[in-house]
Write a protein that binds this ligand. Structure first.
Ligand SMILES: Nc1ncnc2c1ncn2[C@@H]1O[C@H](COP(=O)(O)OP(=O)(O)OP(=O)(O)O)[C@@H](O)[C@H]1O
Length: 234
């Protein structure tokens, strides 16, 4: 497995947000963490990359115990994280944003170039010199993902990648994620509903009030009406 979390607990101040979360993601698979607003998806991702200081449990990435490592060391090991708020540099062009994300090639991870990324996200190719501040939300979303890929991660976590995208762009996003998977990346996405997750995911976890309450294949989740009705927004 690329990434394994065991008994992950996370706290903001005195409030416990995650309770014994366990999850795994392997190379070449797309894994969805599904849950309602406030269920703990973003906190899980932030905890995995080291952004929640108060956490316990065991986190193993690529065979290395990262439980006690600071964020920059975890990222340097090849764990890419794209937060929900699109943090592009609005004063820079599309190409310059990609330059900022560049890191050396990494063993066991696909190597990306700007040209390969323009192939992956064709609509970005037509706006290389455009100021990133003058892009639509969906385009900015793609640019954030592309910039993260410039770091040649072996696993990428995408927090609600389909959020706020126009239907046509949703399909482009799904295709891009499937292409990452086919390159051998482990992809972990968070989603509020099943629709987008179903298009791309091999396996799914459902999180509710900080606890994992379903773990199975996407086919199993699709077939389990009771679980879907109990835990997911319609
Ligand atoms: N910085 C923070 N300080 C205190 N509580 C927080 C903080 N961030 C999130 N929370 C709380 O932690 C819980 C989980 O939030 P989280 O953002 O992880 O949920 P989520 O599933 O990602 O939801 P969303 O879809 O809204 O992003 C919520 O109750 C939220 O209010």
């Amino acid at each position: 497995m690329k990434l394994e979390a065991h008994n992950l607990n996370a706290f903001y101040g005195r409030a416990q947000i995650l309770f014994d979360v366990g999850l795994k993601a392997g190379a070449g698979e797309v894994v969805a963490l599904i849950g309602r607003n406030g269920a703990g998806k973003s906190t899980t991702f932030k905890s995995l990359v080291g952004l929640v200081p108060q956490r316990t449990g065991q986190l193993v990435f690529n065979g290395t115990d990262i439980s006690a490592l600071p964020v920059h060391d975890i990222v340097r090991l090849g764990l890419g994280y794209v937060p929900e708020d699109r943090r592009i540099f609005t004063d820079l062009t599309v190409e310059e944003n990609l330059d900022v994300g560049t890191q050396p090639p990494r063993d066991g991870a696909p190597t990306w170039t700007k040209e390969r990324l323009f192939h992956l996200f064709p609509n970005l190719a037509g706006m290389r010199d455009r100021g990133a501040g003058r892009m639509s939300g969906g385009e900015q979303q793609m640019l954030t993902i592309a910039r993260s890929l410039m770091g040649n991660p072996s696993l990428i976590m995408l927090d609600e990648p389909s959020e706020g995208l126009a239907p046509k762009i949703v399909e482009d996003m799904a295709n891009a994620i499937l292409a990452m998977k086919n390159e051998g990346l482990a992809v972990l996405i968070s989603e509020q509903n099943l629709h987008f997750a179903k298009m791309i995911s091999d396996r799914a976890y459902i999180i509710e009030k900080g606890r994992i309450c379903f773990d199975g294949t996407m086919a199993e989740l699709s077939a389990d009406e009771e679980v879907r009705n109990t835990y997911l927004a319609v």
